[in-house]
Ligand binder design. Structure first.
Ligand code: AMP
Length: 220
């Protein structure tokens, strides 16, 4: 299955994509994670995108399209993938359709996680991730069962994103409304958009996504 998760920063895309990888074996392709890895490695790409990401702006389409074209061709994506953070502009969506079409494939479903802007700032400012396995946590909504120890892998190192601060989040939200929200009518017109209430609990959102995938699989 080839899926896209759409939604503003903090909507829960990463959490749900991570779960879809664990439960269904669809490879999670997070362009934000790929870019952060490039920045951390100090590569040429990393140096190019670092200040863009720190401002909360979008990285140029060409860079993102080439990255996803390469990544989706790798063998670990053969069992399906879930795109988390891509596409973010209409040209990216068109390029994705083009690259899949050239391989005789198409997206199966685009799932929008709908969340109020007001809730996003609070969600984002409390979040952190296990540095070892990538499991996501939140200071108030989803703390680790034992403080300082990852529930899943027992890791004791956690990371907080540099762009999860109030000023950058505001810029990221503006970018979402201006450049990414036009993807909703784009996919609605193609009949492959489903919308989930992203304000519900993580488990409730997961159940709703499972229900949507069940319908896609059965062709309903
Ligand atoms: P994310 O982890 O998805 O919130 O992405 C973090 C940052 O990476 C964004 O604020 C953008 O600067 C950049 N980024 C990630 N994915 C894309 C994309 N598809 N197009 C442009 N910029 C992106």
């Amino acid at each position: 299955m080839k899926l896209v998760l759409l939604g503003p920063p903090g909507a829960g895309k990463g959490t749900q994509a991570h779960r879809l990888e664990t439960c269904y074996g669809f490879r999670q392709l997070s362009t934000g994670d790929m870019l952060r890895a490039a920045v951390a490695s100090g590569s040429e790409l990393g140096m190019k995108v670092r200040s863009i990401m720190e401002r909360g702006d979008l990285v140029p389409d060409r860079i993102m399209i080439d990255m996803i074209a390469d990544r989706t061709e790798q063998s670990d994506c053969a069992g399906g993938f879930v795109l988390d953070g891509f596409p973010r502009t209409v040209p990216q969506a068109e390029a994705l359709d083009g690259m899949l079409g050239a391989r005789g494939m198409a997206l199966d479903r685009v799932i929008e996680l709908e969340v109020d802007d007001g809730a996003l700032i609070a969600r984002i400012s409390g979040r952190f991730t296990c540095a070892n396995c990538g499991t996501g946590y939140h200071d108030t909504h989803k703390p680790a069962r034992k403080a300082g120890v990852c529930d899943v892998c027992g890791g004791t190192e956690f990371v907080r994103r540099k762009d999860d601060n109030a000023e950058t989040v505001a810029a990221r939200l503006r970018a979402y409304h201006k450049q990414t929200a036009p993807l909703l009518p784009y996919y609605r017109d193609r009949g492959i958009l489903s919308t989930v209430d992203g304000m519900a609990s993580i488990d409730a959102v997961s159940r709703e996504i499972d229900r949507i995938l069940g319908k896609v699989e059965s062709g309903a």
